[in-house]
Design a protein around this ligand. Structure first.
Ligand SMILES: NC(=O)c1ccc[n+]([C@@H]2O[C@H](COP(=O)([O-])OP(=O)(O)OC[C@H]3O[C@@H](n4cnc5c(N)ncnc54)[C@H](O)[C@@H]3O)[C@@H](O)[C@H]2O)c1
Ligand SMILES: [Zn+2]
Ligand SMILES: [Zn+2]
Length: 360
């Protein structure tokens, strides 16, 4: 039977989000309805509310979630009712050019639910095809990745976006290796996950850059060996000083601003790698001398979702967490209810939290 559930909706650009009662259809072929247990507040939700992603309002926000499969549609064999799953926004098709070339993590044709959830008859746009600030949500079954039910929902859900994006930016896209030097610009949930990823990968110098001293203190807890407050002094020169005048092997931008991208570009060593994981607004532009792009060599990469493959990476990261080797609990600053998402956005903007996590 179609159901009605409480959910957080962004109705118009820049307007505060509201709690609404939305309609969820029964799962059709290849779809699943998931009872949400926890969903983290990611900066990308705020980007949606601000109209910075696209104009397809109303948005059903929330996309960093874990929960229990409540029902599945025809033909679903990958998950069963009762499975504990993390929702992903990379349900690979298995059939596009990228999948066929053995690179499903770059799939061009990822799946979302075919049916729409609605508000008073109007179709909702679920954030990243998920929409999990809701008691239940409808997704494509491929968006459900089963993991060990021993993991707490409020930490497991974080793997579904920001933590995976940051860890993967370091470990997959940036290919950080043993003994490397790494700088991370922006120490929110995503940047701190990049720091944790660099630490897990064996980097020996990990430089955290932020404007907020509290964020820099937290960054140390994830493995930063040095910190720089970007508001005081020349960031690039300081990074060079900390790396024998060379710059870092891998510079990870986790803010989404031209000025931090430019700092990352110049803070890396010759032949180093820049990884852009922060999401810029569509109006943002960057101007760089082409001779510097050429002359410094190396590679300029962008990282979507940490180039992850959910079926490969989510269970592995949950195992590392359960073994005590990846401190996911440290990302959770507070647990909140669905009614507190708007306030959580303000706390995020004020830099008071790493992750507020809605628990249902
Ligand atoms: N590429 C992906 O797949 C992906 C996935 C999730 C999130 N994101 C993006 O990653 C970015 C970070 O997300 P988050 O949830 O960690 O956000 P956040 O707001 O929690 O963290 C951003 C951090 O950047 C710092 N900062 C702001 N301006 C700065 C500056 N000029 N120099 C240094 N630090 C500065 C802030 O103090 C804050 O600590 C966002 O743009 C988000 O949309 C990307
Ligand atoms: Zn594909
Ligand atoms: Zn996100």
């Amino acid at each position: 039977m179609p159901q009605q559930v409480r959910a957080v909706v962004a109705k118009a650009k820049g307007e505060p989000v509201t709690i609404e009662t939305i309609d969820i259809p029964d799962p059709g072929p290849d779809e699943a309805v998931v009872k949400i247990q926890a969903c983290g507040v990611c900066h990308t939700d705020l980007h949606y509310r601000e109209g910075a992603i696209n104009d397809e309002f109303p948005f059903l926000l929330g996309h960093e979630a874990a929960g229990i499969v409540e029902s599945v549609g025809e033909g679903v064999t990958s998950v069963e009712v009762g499975d504990f799953v993390i929702l992903n926004w990379r349900a690979v098709c298995g059939d596009c050019r990228s999948c066929n070339r053995g690179k499903p993590q770059l799939c061009f044709n990822t799946h979302n639910a075919a049916q729409k959830m609605t508000l008073d008859g109007q179709e909702l746009s679920p954030a990243l095809g998920i929409g999990a600030f809701a008691e239940k949500t409808l997704v494509h079954a491929g968006q459900c990745t089963k993991v060990s039910a021993d993991a707490k929902p409020e930490v497991a859900g974080l793997i579904g976006c920001g933590v995976m994006a940051g860890l993967g930016a370091a470990m997959n896209t940036g290919e950080v290796g043993r003994g490397d030097s790494v700088a991370v610009f922006g120490c929110g949930g995503v940047g701190d996950a990049a720091i944790a990823g660099a630490h897990l990968a064996g980097a020996s110098t990990i430089i955290a850059v932020d404007l907020d001293d509290k964020k820099l203190e937290w960054a140390k807890e994830f493995g930063a060996t040095h910190t720089i407050n970007a508001g005081s002094g020349d960031v690039v020169a300081t990074i060079q000083e900390l790396t024998d005048g060379n710059g870092v092997d891998v510079a990870i931008e986790a803010v989404g601003l031209p000025q931090t991208y430019e700092q990352a570009f110049y803070a890396r060593d010759l032949a180093g790698t820049v990884v852009l994981v922060g999401v810029p607004n569509p109006e943002m532009k960057i101007e760089l001398p082409l001779i510097d792009v050429f002359g410094r060599g190396g590679s300029l990469k962008s990282s979507w979702y940490g180039d992850c493959l959910p079926s490969r990476d989510f269970p592995m990261l949950i195992d590392l967490y359960l073994q005590g080797r990846l401190d996911l609990e440290r990302f959770v600053t507070e647990t909140i209810s669905l009614d507190d998402v708007e306030e959580a956005f303000h706390k995020m903007e004020a830099g008071e939290v790493l992750r507020s996590v809605v628990v249902i």
